[in-house]
Each structure stands twice: as C-alpha cells, then as structure tokens.
Design a protein. Structure first.
Length: 143
C-alpha cells in the first residue's frame, strides 16, 4: 500500500486529508509540523508522496521541501504544496525551478486531489466524494 504524508498546522485540514486519502486507498501519516515529520522520517521509511502546507510556524513548507530534497536526493518522493495563498514570490520561484513539484490552492475539490495523485502514480483510485475541500465545509462537517 502506498504511503502518503500530509504536513499542515491546521488540524481540520489534517483530518480531512487523512479521511479523503484513506478513502482513496492509501496509508496516511499526518503531522502538524515539519519537525514532527522529520522526527518520524528519521525513524522510518521515505513516504511515497508528500503534501505540505506552505505557511506553518517555525519551518515553513518551502524549507521542508528543500530539506527533504537534500536528504532524499534521487529518491525524492513526489511532492505537492497545499495552500490558500497564490503562487507568488518564493513559492512561484520554487515551482519554476522544480517543475515536478505540484500545487493545490485551497479550497480545492477532492477530485483535484485525486487527479494529482493519479498523475503521480497512474493508480486507479476509489471514487472520491464530490464536495469542496474548504475551511467552511470542514467546520460544518465537524460541528
């Protein structure tokens, strides 16, 4: 089973991503910080794919990507940023310099998430629920 790691400082985003990716048939590990991700990485195997928020306290997603790329070298797993911010400045430069890196702007449809994973693995995924992944829908879902 392919293992996908999600790093985001928002617990609602982590819950929704965990739930959605499990529905797609993946093993999912979620971490609320880059530090937690790297601690677990030191104690285990490299994930098959990584999703990371950009804006996080302490180590942001851009630095997380750079560190992971330096550690993994040619074994770097597919990587995607998930963020509510536009592709400007440092993020835009990183994406231009690393065309293999993907980007999903929040809110996004679960079908977009599924498509991105399908592009990476060519894997047939289970049918995804058809609703928008956004802070508003997450709050309503968990009330």
């Amino acid at each position: 089973m392919l293992r996908i790691v999600v790093i985001d400082d928002d617990s609602l985003v982590l819950s929704m991503m965990r739930r959605s990716l499990r529905l797609f048939g993946f093993e999912v590990d979620c971490h609320s910080s880059a530090a937690a991700f790297f601690w677990h990485l030191d104690n285990g195997r490299m994930p098959d794919m990584v999703f990371s928020d950009v804006m996080m306290p302490q180590t942001n997603g851009l630095e997380l990507y750079r560190r992971l790329k330096a550690m993994a070298g040619p074994d770097m797993p597919p990587f995607a940023f998930t963020t509510g911010y536009d592709q400007t400045g440092e993020l835009e430069n990183l994406l231009l310099e690393n065309p293999e890196v993907r980007y999903l702007k929040k809110p996004f449809q679960l079908s977009q998430l599924r498509q991105l994973i399908h592009e990476q693995f060519g894997t047939r995924l289970q049918a995804a629920p058809q609703h928008t992944f956004s802070q508003k829908s997450l709050v309503l879902e968990y009330e």
